[in-house]
Design a protein around this ligand. Structure first.
Ligand SMILES: NC(=O)c1ccc[n+]([C@@H]2O[C@H](COP(=O)([O-])OP(=O)(O)OC[C@H]3O[C@@H](n4cnc5c(N)ncnc54)[C@H](O)[C@@H]3O)[C@@H](O)[C@H]2O)c1
Length: 316
């Protein structure tokens, strides 16, 4: 199997790359190193890397795909990190839409077409007030022009449309991955990163432990090893065509997460609450019925996953 991964130096891209190599597949990855790090990428004869910007020269992108001739393209390259959605909304919208359009145009120009395209979409497309909790793949995507947070959700939603319409036109199989809060080692732990590494880093190394808002909003967290297993199973399965939630269905509050992190690192829990963010969804939980019928459920508990993650950041 030959897999082409965009965003390969990032958190999920690099773990997917490791997972694909462990299966004996051959991987070609690209990244512009906006947030990705070269040290995340493996040294393997079956892996090659090119520093390429998805928003750059389409001809270069096309040549890269045509030369490698992938069976599967995993499109994970994008600006991610909640603080960016608020801090640089136009850049998030523009980069993430353009990255997907350019990739599809690059594939269009290739004589070789992949058998499957899988796109890293997001739970954010279900909106601040999802139709249902847990949210199913059939739920309507909801965007709010008044919410700058939706800079990201809008791009992900447009990407869903583009990937599906393009793939159907060229008779390529498509998988839209609605990813709900993945976590693990190699995530950005800065303020532009995500909540689990931020909590772990703060609990391990900082004097004050801060939480945005009252901590009563909920999320459902999925360890990256479960993410990789589910995605690599779906993209090689005939039933894995369509829209799929990727995550864990255990809904917990941020306070619960913060307490678990403290237990794992052995620190007393004394949070300082910061003002809440605008348009931050109060609840987020995936309905995993459809995906788990193909992949089976998550295998790594929150406590185990947080322990691995804390070990990673301690070593760092
Ligand atoms: N981590 C999650 O919980 C989560 C949840 C929902 C969706 N996603 C999606 O999954 C994908 C990967 O997320 P992640 O958490 O690994 O983030 P990440 O930032 O670690 O990885 C994204 C990678 O894309 C690269 N990139 C950004 N812009 C690029 C461009 N113009 N050209 C080439 N490469 C570019 C970055 O350098 C980075 O290495 C993203 O598309 C993200 O939106 C992730």
């Amino acid at each position: 199997m030959r897999v082409y991964i965009t965003g390969v130096a990032g958190f999920l891209g690099s773990h997917l790359c490791d997972g694909a190599l462990a299966k004996g597949w051959t991987v070609h990855g690209i990244d512009n190193l906006f947030r990705g790090r070269s040290q995340h990428m493996p040294k393997s004869e079956k892996f090659t890397f090119e520093q390429l910007d998805l928003c750059g020269d389409i001809a270069a992108l096309s040549a890269s795909i045509q030369t490698f001739k992938p069976d599967i393209i995993l499109h994970y390259g994008a600006i991610n990190g909640t603080e960016y959605f608020y801090d640089r909304p136009f850049e998030v919208l523009d980069t993430n839409v353009m990255a997907t359009i350019n990739l599809l145009k690059a594939i269009e120009a290739c004589e070789h077409k992949p058998k499957r395209i899988a796109y890293a979409s997001s739970s954010e497309v279900y909106g601040e007030y999802p139709d249902n909790i847990p949210s199913a793949e059939t739920d309507i995507t909801r965007l709010d022009i008044h919410s700058i947070r939706d800079s990201y959700a809008a791009a992900k939603s447009i990407g869903d449309f583009y990937v599906r319409m393009f793939a159907e036109q060229y008779d390529i199989e498509w998988t839209l991955l609605r990813i709900f809060n993945a976590y693990g080692g190699r995530m950005d732990a800065s303020k532009f990163g995500q909540v689990v590494p931020e909590f772990v880093k703060r609990a391990l190394f900082e004097e004050d432990f801060t939480i945005i808002g009252d901590g009563l909003h909920t999320r459902a967290f999925c360890h990256v090893d479960d993410h990789v297993r589910m995605v690599l199973t779906l993209v090689t399965s005939e039933e894995g065509v369509g829209v799929f939630n990727i995550g864990n269905d255990e809904e917990i509050t941020m306070l619960h997460l913060a307490k678990e992190v403290h237990k794992v690192v052995g620190r007393e829990f004394a949070p300082i609450h910061l003002p809440k963010r605008s348009n931050d969804p109060l609840r987020r939980q995936p309905d995993m019925t459809k995906t788990w019928a193909i992949t089976g459920p998550c295998q790594i508990s929150l406590r185990e996953g947080l322990t691995y993650t804390a070990e990673y950041y301690r070593e760092q």
